[in-house]
Design a protein around this ligand. Structure first.
Ligand code: ARG
Length: 474
């Protein structure tokens, strides 16, 4: 890339007599990070060029030349170390001048960097949302496939991290699918809300040219131009929406990671950690560590941190543009990179998981997890539930004293607690019946889980199709 043949080295030097303090000049530059907006800056510049051609600033011949020049700039490689550009907008202007000479200097007619950065960031976030939704779909698919493979395997469900009731492994996995469906809708919703074009808003008060704002908006795949120029140049809600949706997703990832970390311990022993996604210890030869789930849990802290930083940045900012806003970019880049990283490993990790189903089942069969089913048995015989609860509580106490599960207590002992206990009690509290008695929509009975699995798959297929048509629209 050539540094010769450049216009004034700053975009704003006219009114300044003194040179900038060198340290300040370097410190305030955003190019070291906003260089990655290059494709968006070029697309937005082409859209603006079309709008100013329609307004009579450029001839059609000049527009063609400008578009070609901008496309050539978009192809430049290894740009990050350019020392001259203050920011991506300055960089493109400098490089375009190298490509097409003074014609480049007409591009800034009727626009401001304030609307440019607002537009570039919207384009960046929109793309990041599309990538995130694609990643969510892939991970959802892996979870649904794993749930299907789990078949009729049973595990203990926990409340207060104490064994509560048995559930199908598939039911547990589908809980995460439900979270990811909400995440998907949060990102899709954010995308719909942000898909408006700031170009034409000028520095604060609107362009000083009679621009047809629809031209740029349509060229960039936005739904329409933004409504208010002061808002459009200073609004960063769309960045916050993205970061907040990402931090909620991060919380879900972190809960999944935490459970897998626990279930892979010797104490639980429910899951084999895939070696391809684990590491060893340099000190303790026997170790196989769950680094993937630990790091995934840690990444959620970054996502939450970014959302908090953005909210804090925006809070109390007077209208309209303030340079503080430049600080928000790196948070968003980090969110996008963090999510891309997570989705590069989560689906593969999920597919590589194998369960120790015998261990899970025996855990589900010990600890009186059928106590609720036992109380239901009594209440089906006409005992008021409150009383049934008390009677089964007594039976559990007896079992604890005798070190026996409910199924192993002699019927004679049970009859002493309630005359309603009979032979059929032992079938009613078998593992399978204990799970299957939760026969309501959303419950863990096998028919309900199979239905839920099919519905989850159908919703995923529909979401993937919709995703394809959304990105075609753009
Ligand atoms: N680099 C700036 C940013 O990221 C671009 C906008 C500059 N606008 C200005 N009035 N100085 O926010």
């Amino acid at each position: 890339m050539s540094e010769q043949n450049q216009p004034a080295t700053k975009m704003w030097s006219g009114r300044f007599r003194d040179p900038l303090n060198k340290q300040f000049e370097e410190w305030q530059r955003s190019f070291p990070f906003d260089w990655r907006l290059l494709p968006h800056e070029v697309e937005a510049s082409i859209a603006h060029a079309r709008a100013i051609e329609a307004a009579g600033i450029l001839t059609s011949e000049e527009l063609l030349q400008m578009e070609q020049g901008l496309r050539a700039v978009a192809k430049l490689k290894n740009i990050a170390d350019s020392e001259q550009a203050e920011d991506i907008h300055h960089f493109v202007e400098l490089e375009l001048t190298t490509q097409i000479g003074d014609l480049a200097l007409k591009l800034h007619t009727g626009r401001s960097r304030n609307e440019q950065i607002a537009t570039d960031m919207r384009l960046f976030v929109r793309e990041a949302i599309d990538n995130t939704i694609a990643g969510l779909h892939e991970w959802r698919k892996a979870l649904i496939d794993l749930a299907e493979q789990a078949g009729e395997a049973v595990m203990p469900g926990y409340t207060h991290l104490q064994r509560a009731e048995p559930v199908f492994v598939a039911h547990w996995l589908l809980a995460y699918v439900a979270m990811l469906e909400r995440d998907d809708s949060r990102f899709a919703d954010a995308r719909r809300r942000m898909n408006f074009c700031p170009l034409g808003s000028g520095a604060i008060a609107g362009a000083t040219l009679g621009l047809n704002r629809r031209i740029a908006s349509d060229a960039l795949g936005f739904s329409a131009p933004t409504d208010n120029s002061m808002d459009a140049t200073s609004d960063r809600d769309f960045m916050l929406d993205f970061a907040q949706a990402a931090s909620t997703l991060g919380l879900h990832i972190s809960r999944f990671a935490e459970e897998l970390t626990l279930y892979a311990t010797a104490e639980f022993g429910f899951v084999h950690l895939p070696e391809a996604y684990s590491t060893g210890s340099s000190a303790m030869p026997q170790k196989k560590n769950p680094d993937l789930t630990e790091l995934a849990r840690g990444k959620s802290a970054r996502l939450l941190g970014a959302a908090t930083a953005l909210a804090t940045l925006i809070k109390g900012l007077p209208l309209a543009y303030n340079k503080d806003l430049q600080e928000g970019q790196e948070q968003i880049f980090d969110v996008a990179d963090t999510l891309a990283g997570l989705f590069s490993v989560l689906p593969g990790f999920t597919r590589a998981l194998t369960f120790r189903t015998a261990k899970m089942q025996s855990a589900a069969e010990t600890g009186y997890l059928n106590a609720m089913a036992a109380a239901t048995y009594l209440s089906n015989k006409g005992v008021p539930f409150r009383k049934a609860h008390e009677i089964v509580g007594n039976a559990v106490r007896l079992g604890l004293d005798k070190q026996l599960e409910l199924n192993a207590l002699p019927l004679a002992d049970l009859k002493q607690l309630s005359e309603h206990f009979d032979e059929d009690f032992f079938v009613a509290i078998s593992l399978r019946r204990t799970v299957d008695c939760h026969d309501v929509p959303g419950g863990t009975a096998i028919d309900r889980v199979e239905l839920a699995l099919n519905e989850a798959r159908q919703r995923l297929d529909a979401a993937i199709d919709k995703g394809k048509s959304v990105s075609l629209q753009k």
